[in-house]
Structures are given as C-alpha cells and as structure tokens.
Design a protein around this ligand. Structure first.
Ligand code: 8DG
Ligand code: MG
Ligand code: MG
Length: 146
C-alpha cells in the first residue's frame, strides 16, 4: 500500500435511502462487517462530489435512482482487526422513481436489499450504523410545524 508508506484513511460515502419511515439495508458479504446489516455506499472516487458518489454507489449496488441527496454528518470508523480506517460521509436521499425495486447487483458483496423500519432495525447492524442508532441519530427530515 502506497509503496511502503503506512496506510492512510479512506473516504466512503454512505446513504440513508429513505422510504416512508423505512431505510434500505443489506446484509454484508464483504469482510469488514460480514453478516451485518449496512447501508448502501462505497469509496469516494477521485474528483467526485459526495452527491455524485452517493448516486453512483446506490445505482451500482441496487439499481435505484436517487434524488434530494443531502449531507447529514460524518463519522470516523476504525476497524482495527481489518487494518481499515474509513471516514464515512453520511448522506440521505429518496428514490427518484418509487416504482423501482432494489436489485442485488453486487451479490458477492451483499445478500440482498430490503426496507426496514427505523424504529425496528434488523440485527446485527454494521458497527457504525449500530453506533448511530444507539446515539439516537435520526436520518429523517424534521417534520414541519405550522
Ligand atoms: P467500492 O469498491 O464500491 O468503492 O466499495 P464498497 O465495496 O462498496 O465499500 P463498502 O465496504 O460498502 O463501503 C466502504 C466503507 O464504508 C466500509 O468499509 C466501511 C464504511 N461504512 C461505514 N458505514 C457503512 C455502511 O453503513 N454501509 C457501507 N456500505 N459502508 C459503510 O462506516
Ligand atoms: Mg460499492
Ligand atoms: Mg458498498
């Protein structure tokens, strides 16, 4: 890695794809977090915006088109056992075409996608997602009061 230099953190963009009170999750087959439920997402490519990366990763992994893509927060995730350090950029988005159904387009990395109620999440969750859920993070837009 880096011709003998120490590894450096990577940047990933991860998407809360929202549908009513549900989020899209898939059980991971990748080595980091294998068997746990995680959000769609992946590594930022050179020159990409966070929004471009979110749309590309969701399309590559699920076939879904997204819109209303917004930045929410960032988390610092060290997976010591795997010698992986990722700064995750958390975005939220909605389906551009609600008639589309999520497809498992990277079956070597994921067991399949489904919608889960944010108040009744499947377990085990991927560590960084579990931490967010336990700290009371809510990815849904605040309700408007008139
Ligand atoms: P790529 O080759 O498509 O760029 O990457 P990927 O295979 O899709 O990467 P990934 O493991 O799905 O995501 C990259 C990193 O993002 C992962 O190693 C850890 C971090 N990450 C979090 N939280 C989440 C999450 O909820 N879902 C996903 N997919 N990754 C997450 O910190
Ligand atoms: Mg990916
Ligand atoms: Mg991924």
């Amino acid at each position: 890695n880096n011709s003998g230099e120490a590894a450096r953190p990577k940047v990933a963009v991860v998407v809360f794809l929202l549908n009513g009170n549900k989020v899209l999750l898939g059980r991971r087959r990748s080595s980091v977090g294998r068997t746990t439920f995680a959000l769609p997402g992946g590594h930022l490519e050179f020159g990409e915006s966070f929004e471009e990366c979110a749309a590309r990763e969701v399309k590559e992994e699920t076939g879904l088109d997204i819109h209303k893509i917004e930045y929410l927060t960032a988390t610092n995730n060290v997976f010591s056992r795997h010698h992986v350090h990722v700064v995750a950029i958390l975005m939220r988005a909605f389906q551009a075409d609600p008639r589309q159904i999520p497809l498992n387009l990277e079956p070597e990395k994921c067991e399949g996608w489904d919608w889960y109620d944010w108040e009744n999440l499947p377990r085990p969750l991927f560590g960084p997602v579990e931490t967010m859920a336990q700290t009371g993070f809510n990815p849904f837009p605040a309700a408007h009061h008139h």
